[in-house]
Design a protein around this ligand. Sequence first.
Ligand SMILES: *Cc1c(COP(=O)(O)O)cnc(C)c1O
Length: 462
Amino acid sequence: MHYVSTRGQAPILTFEEAMLTGLARDGGLYVPETIPTLTSDEIAALAGLPYEEIAIRVMRPFLGESFTEDEFAGAVERAYAGFGHAARAPLVQLDANHFLLELFHGPTLAFKDFAMQLIGQLFQVALARRGERVTIVGATSGDTGSAAIEAFRGLEAVDVFILFPEGRVSEVQRRQMTTPTESNVHALAVAGDFDDCQARVKDMFNDFPFRDAVRLAGVNSINWARVLAQVVYYFSAATALGAPYRPVSFTVPTGNFGDIFAGYVARRMGLPIERLVVATNQNDILHRALSCGDYVTSAVAPSISPSMDIQVSSNFERVLFDAYGRDGKAVAQVMEELKLSGGFHISQGALQVLQETFASGRASEAETAAAIASIYARTGQILCPHGAVGAHVAQSYLGATPMITLATAHPAKFPDAVEAAIGIRPPLPNRMADLYERPERVTSVANDLTVLEDLVRERRGF
Ligand SMILES: *Cc1c(COP(=O)(O)O)cnc(C)c1O
């Protein structure tokens, strides 16, 4: 199993190398050379298995020789042991044919734990074997950072630096990043928005002398291993509802296109997914791109679903690569256009390919709040604003095929928005009830590459 860059100019890597590398050296993203498929019988056999067993069967074909059976099984076991629900990703029913996939039972209460906990375990195994030490740098709109810190805190072979937009993450998100006491954790509050944070991380990766000196590794949603870990719950949910004998659809609250791209991979692997619905908040570049082909950035408008306040959607490049017939030159060209002029037009042929798989919709701030209120009134289920964006958009696509909407975070992570919608402040689960009392440790930094690189070098002792 080999991994190639979406821009066609970077070295071809193994799974382990792609995982440790993150962003490809040509600025592209790593994708598998070919997508393995599961037969209908293999998919049917997943129904009712423990989550960990489904995870091993779904991911194994992508790993090549990178990990032994025992190494991988051990990593999967440890990754999900700390989850607060035995099913890991339980389904609940909202309506006759509408289901909610609860992805918020991990240690930081958002779906990103599914991938990050596994990546932490796999990094540990790989780096210990290689006798290496790496610097992890990531940008976060809130949930990635806390999930990364939770996954890597205290690991010998790793320093983890997380850039988050100062004042634009929720208090719970901030505290989850600033309260760990381990000395290998560095929370950096950047004077800028999420796109600035993401751009500075990309700049660091593109500064090769720096990248090599500090042995930079990325765990943002551009990391292929993260996408792969998220493919698993599409299989567990779909088979629980009758796949492969009955097709299902998914609605996915989307920002960086990582989570929904995992659904696309599941579909390419043979899982009968009828439709993948992209749900955006008022920052609706993906909805505009998928409905009319114009991928045009504008300023980020802060919303009550801040983890999706994104204009440059990194993982979209992966699906464009397929839509453009896996032509790395064409992808490099539109990405250059995006960088120079802030947008590009998706070719007619590519748009047609995308629209065969994806539908899309957006939820305004008022629609998001109304969805939290109406679902609570009808079912007693309290959604976080991201899940509510999904549930609102899913309404337009309900029909004969079961719809599964991804609930990406626990409502207690966004208590202000939930309280404004229904007058109830959702409590944190017991295991993290003292979060508001723990002391915080954070460094404020300018939105400036040189300042950031100096800080990383200094903390790493260079
Ligand atoms: C990160 C995040 C999203 C968006 O996921 P992408 O993979 O970036 O599309 C949605 N909801 C929550 C709660 C998140 O943390």
